[in-house]
Design a protein around this ligand. Structure first.
Ligand code: EPU
Length: 435
């Protein structure tokens, strides 16, 4: 089993550039199925979800190869509409293949997508939008099966809530449909504008992406071209490095606009960190001897609100802060499964449904805890930066973390943390050999 181990006490110093955003790269790789020419995505991190996407592309008849840190996709002549169960179940991002497979193969068969267990994650909005475009839903229980008869057609569709995934699905479906699609109540996350920028560079005609009303003029069945695209930086990884301010010191995040995580930086500032914002970089400074301010009521919401993915990171910052805080997640019902790990480290932390309660002023100590999901796992690693000098936190099941960070332990180590990644199986194996 993979783990990450952190020994507390080291202040962090240095600068770091986030890799390309996972939540852009995943839909972009699916979108390349709509392209008749090769596409290059720049500086893509080797995340577990990226590897799953590459396996999935290969399974449906397409493919991509690494060229250094770039990924170059090869257009496919023939595409199968079937996503293998293991790949669908390995990540939520498998849902992005519904629309491209339906467009290319005329049918799509997607066993229910996996991903972090953050509560119910239905895909009814994806399906309602695709149905409005003329797709037929043949099955939707354990495995979603869609068919189309003729080219999908443009439509005027209002999303019942601003789902990021559904906005992306419908944008992808509309690119090669006949006529104009208007999406109302669309999600506004930066990854949606980034996906639209990629599609437009490939010849799509999308306006308004990043606002609640997105218009897409379809090609009427023609495929798109290819392009070279520099993916948006990962704002959640950037927030993770910023939250490392728990340890004290000064961290500069480069090549990343502070606007993309403004709500998180406002939170850090409100907690007593010094935040210096430039045009395309920002620095967080925290004096180790000054207590952070708790007493906060945070609400995670859709962009530009405090991102749900940063809510557990904010919690890690608040564990030792002075005063009780509460964080409410408006998007997911079970965002705070990491509360158990926080409590094992000595924090007064408990989650009740969407609400996380933090007593504050915790004197954290070392312990072995388990990553419940991707961001919860990263939050437990961050909490480890705040334990007393010499105490050690071991986060088990760190495979969750590698779904979204190529090397979180390495990133923190380069900033000065005493942090390393390992595998329990390997160590046990080595000991047996010695004996
Ligand atoms: N929802 C529905 N019906 C739908 C779609 C969504 O009820 O058809 C509900 C969900 O159940 C949830 C809420 O709407 O309660 C928000 O879901 P959304 O569709 O916006 O999220 P997602 O597309 O499933 C993406 C990211 C998440 C990120 C959220 C919110 C990917 C692969 N995942 O998920 O990222 O938290 O948007 O910003 O893009 C992560 O990176 O760790 C992660 C979980």
């Amino acid at each position: 089993m993979e783990y990450i181990e952190v020994t507390g006490g080291n202040p962090l110093r240095g600068s770091i550039r986030p890799a390309a955003a996972k939540n852009s790269v995943l839909p972009l790789l699916a979108a390349t199925l709509l392209c008749a020419q090769p596409c290059t995505l720049r500086r893509v991190p080797l995340l577990r979800d990226v590897q799953t996407s590459l396996d999935l592309l290969r399974a449906v008849g397409s493919g991509a190869a690494w060229a250094g840190q770039d990924l170059v996709t090869q257009p496919a002549r023939q595409i199968s509409g079937r996503v293998p169960t293991a790949l669908a179940g390995a990540m939520r991002g498998s849902v992005f293949y519904l629309a491209p497979l339906l467009t290319r193969a005329g049918w799509a068969e997607l066993p229910l997508p996996g991903g972090c267990r953050l509560g119910p994650r239905p895909i009814d909005i994806h399906l309602a939008g695709l149905t409005a475009m003329g797709a037929q839903v043949c099955a939707a229980a354990e495995c979603v099966v869609l068919r189309r008869h003729g080219v999908l057609r443009g439509t005027d569709f209002a999303l019942r809530l601003p789902s990021v995934g559904a906005t992306l699905t419908l944008m992808l479906a509309a690119c090669c449909a006949a006529g104009v699609t208007t999406l109302r109540g669309a999600a506004c996350e930066p990854e949606i504008a980034d996906t639209a920028a990629f599609l437009n560079a490939c010849g799509a005609k999308i306006t308004g992406a990043g606002t609640p009303v997105v218009c897409i003029r379809g090609t009427g069945g023609e495929l798109l071209d290819g392009c070279v695209h520099t993916v948006l930086p990962d704002r959640i990884a950037a927030a993770t490095y910023a939250a490392a301010a728990i340890a004290g010191g000064r961290v500069t995040v480069t090549q990343c606009s502070p606007v993309w995580l403004a709500a998180f930086l406002d939170f850090l500032q409100g907690s007593g960190c010094e935040v210096a914002r430039g045009e395309n970089e920002f620095s967080i400074t925290r004096d180790q001897d000054t207590k952070l301010r708790g007493g906060q009521e945070l609400v995670a919401a859709a962009y530009p609100g405090l991102a749900t993915d940063t809510a557990p990171l904010a919690a890690a910052v608040l564990l030792g802060a002075e005063g009780a805080s509460r964080i409410y997640d408006g998007l997911f019902q079970n965002r705070f499964a990491c509360a158990q790990g926080f409590a094992a480290l000595g924090a007064d932390a408990r989650s009740e449904g969407r609400l996380l309660y933090l007593g504050g002023s915790a004197k954290l100590h070392g312990a072995t805890v388990t990553a419940p999901d991707l961001r919860g796992g990263a939050a437990l690693v961050l909490a480890g930066l705040g334990v007393g000098e010499g105490s050690c936190v071991r986060v088990l099941d760190a495979g969750h973390i590698r779904r979204g960070y190529a090397d979180l332990a390495g990133d923190l180590r380069r900033l000065g943390a005493d942090c390393r990644a390992g595998r329990t199986g390997t160590e046990a194996g080595r000991q047996t050999k010695k004996l």
